[in-house]
Design a protein around this ligand. Structure first.
Ligand SMILES: NC(=O)c1ccc[n+]([C@@H]2O[C@H](COP(=O)([O-])OP(=O)(O)OC[C@H]3O[C@@H](n4cnc5c(N)ncnc54)[C@H](OP(=O)(O)O)[C@@H]3O)[C@@H](O)[C@H]2O)c1
Length: 245
């Protein structure tokens, strides 16, 4: 039994992952903005085998409240073994291009709020000298592309932050996992036409669960995205700039 904190617990990927924690009989603390939806999810996870399920209201943008919320969640669970940070939004790239406010708002939710949480959690985990910190970043953070570079910049920021945090915390015996999903069929991407590259939340959840058990550092999920992104990163600018990616 592990004590697991899930931030952004109403996300489809987070919910699917929480089901795997529940099946293992874990004690869960779920933080999310939509508390009505959260109550339904919490009840379901209890039925699925979670030892105990606590819930709390969380607005990622209320960063002053982060430290207090995290401390209170950890106190109620009487400790913490694992945290999964999952909240995020997919900003409209064109709106961001037209408005600095839109761009900064997208960076706040997808990058700065995560960094705020990680700064506090990093100290908590370093002090206890054990545990796993997992964050859902994205393949979009691997290279800036014209079609979604605001989201990509936020996720890239998170990925680099995690890289440094991992370097620091490995000395304390703390595991830091960066999750880089490709296209996933969730409410965030409801309006996109789906194709063969698309995965379901359950697939991503299973990859996260396994990567936590094996203490992996970075995963691309599904795994074929590692090859796709290797190619995307390697394509020279003179070719890349001719694409509409
Ligand atoms: N779907 C994809 O293709 C894909 C690909 C790569 C990475 N990701 C990442 O995967 C993670 C999970 O997303 P998902 O695909 O599972 O989408 P989702 O089901 O739409 O989940 C997004 C979650 O973020 C929460 N959220 C948004 N703004 C928030 C705020 N200000 N405060 C608190 N919570 C907030 C939403 O809460 P509400 O329920 O209150 O709106 C929702 O629970 C995200 O970080 C996303 O960037 C997704």
């Amino acid at each position: 039994m592990k004590k697991v904190l899930i931030i952004g617990a109403t996300s489809a990927i987070a919910e699917a992952t929480a089901r795997l924690f529940a099946k293992r009989g874990d004690k869960l603390f779920l933080l999310a903005r939509n508390t009505e939806k959260l109550t339904v999810i919490a009840r379901d996870l209890k039925v699925r085998g979670a030892k105990e399920v606590f819930t709390g209201s969380f607005d990622a943008l209320d960063m002053e409240a982060h430290a207090g919320l995290l401390d209170s969640a950890i106190a109620q669970m009487e400790g913490i073994d694992t945290v999964l940070i999952a909240h995020g939004t997919l900003p409209d790239q064109k709106n961001c291009e037209a408005s600095a406010a839109e761009t900064l708002s997208a960076m706040n939710i997808n990058a700065l709020s995560v960094i705020s949480l990680l700064t506090h959690l990093g100290n908590v985990f370093e002090k206890q000298g054990a545990g796993s910190i997992a964050v859902i970043s994205s393949v979009a953070g691997d290279r800036g592309r014209q079609s979604n570079y605001v989201y990509g910049a936020a996720k890239g920021t998170v990925s680099i932050f995690l890289q440094g945090l991992r370097h620091r915390l490995c000395k304390a015996g703390v595991h830091v996992l960066t999750v880089k999903p490709g296209f996933v069929d969730t409410p965030m991407t409801a309006e996109f036409p789906k194709g063969p590259l698309w995965a379901q939340p359950d697939q991503i959840a299973s990859a996260i669960f396994k990567a936590l058990e094996k203490k992996k550092s970075v995963i691309y999920t599904p795994g074929f995205w590692a090859l796709i992104m290797l190619i995307v990163r390697l394509v020279p600018n003179w070719i890349f700039h001719k694409t509409k990616l």
